[in-house]
Design a protein around this ligand. Sequence first.
Ligand code: ATP
Length: 306
Amino acid sequence: LMQLSIPLNFIGFIYREVRQGLTDIEQMFDLLDVEQEVTDKPGAKPLVIERGTVRFDNVMFAYDPKRPILKGVSFEVPAGKTVAIVGPSGAGKSTLSRLLYRFYDIQGGSISIDGQDIRDVTQESLRAVIGMVPQDTVLFNDTIAYNVRYGRITATEEEVRNAADLAQIGSFIKSLPEGYDAMVGERGLKLSGGEKQRVAIARTILKAPPILILDEATSALDSATEHEIQASLDLVSRDRTTLVIAHRLSTIIGADEIIVLKDGVIAERGRHAALLAENGLYASMWNRQREATEAEERLRKVREED
Ligand code: ATP
């Protein structure tokens, strides 16, 4: 029986490993699901990146032909600058980031990087130059070290640790009983939204892409966490062409340009102070958010006094 139980154990081990692998692959496919919709043009060349200027030119897009989402959107993110997209829920903000990553092809207009239409270059070369910090990061059923290293598989242990420190997740990892070897994901440690986002930031620091897409989480983070995340985001976006999909307006006060998207078109654009002075949609969104934050603060103080 002994002789038999060892191989059975071994088979169990292999089975678990394979299952684990499959779960990762499933997650990968979930992540890349939409990718099947676009393919490289015959003879597509790799993108030649110069300074990383991003242009949306009269972009039209619909997931469903009966319901247009973008009806002619034009803007530029000059190399090294930060442009923030704001607007009501469902306006198409996250869609813009998916289009730049070419998860979908547009139906009109063009999107280009350094003058090259993203449909004319290989997807691989396009995605190599873009770092994406999404709203919700997919973690693999593996160690936290693996999850950070995913940004650049060839990174050394020291580079992984440095990136984690810069993303302000290093001390959290070190506080875990198993440190960098702690398992995360479905059957491991569950990370909070803020922790997952910091893992994504650490990955992006390792990848060091010339172009960055930051898709802010809609879920409310407590203000200390938000502050920390903001500090690490500011650090990664410095001197990189950055497109921020912003839900909290407080995070984009310093953006080089703010674009207010509404009903598929750009309703307003400019810098924070100028938009406030315009007293339009942006100003009303800003006032509403400020009131909500103040109400939360008052509620918190009352609770603390009790
Ligand atoms: P929020 O601030 O709530 O995140 P958003 O401005 O980022 O909103 P998008 O996620 O870009 O909005 O979605 C724009 C519209 O497109 C929404 O009405 C949404 O329902 C629709 N949409 C998004 N993804 C898909 C999809 N895969 N298939 C069909 N419709 C979609």
